[in-house]
Design a protein around this ligand. Structure first.
Ligand code: F6P
Length: 549
């Protein structure tokens, strides 16, 4: 992947110049001056509608940002990704989560081998297995149906399955309860075990590497718990695995026929489309799972073929770069106005921050500009009553992604209208703000004294001009969710290319893992080496004392 130097590029310099104009704009004026602004800056594709009009942009901004993307070779890099080139250079791997959602008739070559038939062979096995669990022909050791599925995995082997199972709650089989154990903290598993029956529980051990300490610890404990009720001979009815590592899975005691494989060209945070999505496939059924893949594929097709100016993921990425590198925002808040998307901000934290939380270019040179912002958020309207105060009046400008669903899956009257009214009102308030004059007039009409009015004006004034993007889904269906996730995956890709990063490795998680191994030895062993810094030595000593060592 050629390294692109953002600040040295001509479009970047043009954007810097353009910025001095843009800093003078007030979005409320831009809306007044142009009654077509909403139509000009909103787009629809793959079932998603996105309104970019409440960003500090005009047509020239978008055109320069698209020049920037072209200069960074976003289009050729995009093609390289779809074609299976080894664009993950530090790990010498292709990046092919998009192959997981391709139709069976497609061809994607990796090292001279078409991977699409492999993908569909696993999908068929997942479908057959999911159907057996759902229709009750896959039975536990005392011949009862499975009632509880426990996915044991962490990071991408947890966030995707859990987020999607929750998002698609209305589609979940009524007999099945889904549980997700991730944390090595024993409180996680210990709290679950009394609630489930070993005879009717299926554990899915989900780990790309099958070495992740948290997952292996939880899997061993779950196995030991099961063996308190039955014999090794019955383990196969209650444990299946999802991994790229057949040897390690069989060494754990799970036979190959109970393992669902995937491949090293699927990154952990991009793996929900692979067998890592087995819990979802069981929960919603394979046809719905295929609709989820098809929704993502529709977004892939759009991303691959639409010109940058009309390309939803490209524009999401580029508007994000405008907010980050030119307008100087340090974080992005994600506000899903749908309770079932409550875990989506957390899912995006891994997707975006593990992908683009980097400070060196692909060639190893340090970047000299800001890269991935902090991603955070919670559902609307809950966030409104917690941190939205800071978003409206805090000293930092934090762009917000509003995600709303037009048709609810419940029948309760008035809730949906109130929910959407809040969503649209928040983006309006961020954009418009409230001037001192407006506050004054409002308080005068309420009969507040002049003295009190002048005291309160600074507190009751909203600066406005705060950017937001609104994404609308018709309904929260498997296909719409697939398209939404793929939208963000490709947004991350576009930003990674423009920033010149490898978005597909994650070396930053390694140091802590290695140090934890050493410290674990000191917490469990008879003696400590005391070779850490004073703070770490002190903390280890206190933990040993608390454990009676
Ligand atoms: O530690 C980070 C990470 O490697 C993530 O990228 C990954 O999703 C997670 O750990 C889990 O990895 P595995 O699926 O190999 O257990």
């Amino acid at each position: 992947m050629p390294t692109f130097s953002l600040p040295a590029s001509a479009p970047y310099k043009a954007l810097q110049q353009h910025l001095s104009d843009a800093k003078q704009w007030q979005m409320r004026d831009l809306f007044k001056q142009d009654s077509d602004r909403f139509d000009k800056f909103s787009l629809e594709a793959a079932g998603l509608f996105i309104d970019f009009s409440k960003n500090i942009i005009n047509e020239n901004t978008l055109s320069l940002l698209c020049d920037l993307a072209r200069d960074a070779q976003v289009e050729s890099q995009r093609e390289a990704m779809f074609a299976g080139d080894k664009i993950n250079l530090t790990e010498k791997r292709a990046v092919l989560h998009t192959a997981l959602r391709r139709p069976a008739s497609d061809t994607v070559m990796v090292d001279g081998h078409n991977v699409v038939p492999d993908v569909h062979a696993v999908l068929d096995r997942m479908g057959a297995f999911a159907e057996r669990v759902r229709n009750g022909t896959w039975r536990g050791y005392d011949d009862r149906e499975i009632t509880d599925i426990v996915n044991i995995g962490i990071g991408g082997s947890y966030l995707g399955p859990k987020m999607t199972c929750q998002a698609l709650r209305p589609f979940v089989h009524s007999r099945l309860k889904l549980h997700f154990i991730s944390n090595v903290d024993g409180h996680d598993l210990a709290a679950l075990l009394p609630q489930i029956n070993p005879a009717t529980t299926l554990f899915i051990v989900a780990s790309k590497t099958f070495t992740t300490s948290e997952t292996m610890t939880n899997a061993q404990s779950a196995r030991a718990w099961l063996l308190r009720s039955t014999t090794e001979a019955h383990l196969a009815k209650h444990f299946v695995a999802v991994s790229t590592q057949t040897d390690l899975v069989t060494r754990f005691g799970i036979a190959e026929e109970n393992m669902f494989p995937f491949w090293d060209w699927v990154g952990g945070r991009y793996s929900v489309w692979s067998a890592i999505g087995l819990s979802l496939a069981i929960a919603i059924g394979i046809d719905n799972f295929k609709a989820f893949l098809a929704g993502a594929h529709a977004m892939d097709q759009h991303f691959r073929t639409a010109p940058l100016e009309k390309n939803l993921p490209a524009l999401m990425g580029l508007v994000g770069i405008w907010n980050r590198n030119f307008l100087g925002s340090d974080s992005v808040s994600i506000a899903p106005y749908h309770q079932d998307l409550a875990l989506f901000p957390g899912y995006l934290q891994q997707l975006e921050m593990e992908s683009n939380g980097k400070r060196v270019h692909v060639d190893g040179n340090a970047v000299d500009f800001a890269t991935c912002p902090v991603i955070w958020g919670d559902t609307g309207t809950n966030g409104q009553h917690a941190y939205f105060q800071l978003l409206h009046q805090g000293s930092d400008v934090i762009p917000v992604d509003f995600i709303a669903v037009l048709k609810p899956s419940h029948q309760l009257p008035l809730h949906q209208e109130r929910l959407l009214a809040n969503c649209f009102a928040q983006s309006e308030a961020f954009m418009r703000g409230k001037s001192a004059d407006e506050v004054r007039k409002e308080m005068q009409a309420q009969g507040v004294s002049d003295n009190d009015i002048e005291l309160l004006i600074p507190h009751r004034t909203f600066p406005g001009n705060r950017p937001s993007t609104t994404i609308l889904l018709d309904e929260l269906t498997p296909a719409a969710l697939g398209a939404l996730i793929a939208l963000y995956e490709h947004k991350v890709f576009v930003q990674g290319v423009v920033w010149g990063l490898n978005s597909f490795d994650q070396w930053g998680v390694e140091l802590g893992k290695v140090l934890a191994k050493t410290i674990e030895g000191e917490l469990t062993g008879a003696t400590v080496s005391a070779q850490h810094d004073g703070s770490t030595n002190g903390l280890i000593a206190r933990a040993r004392t608390a454990a009676g060592k």
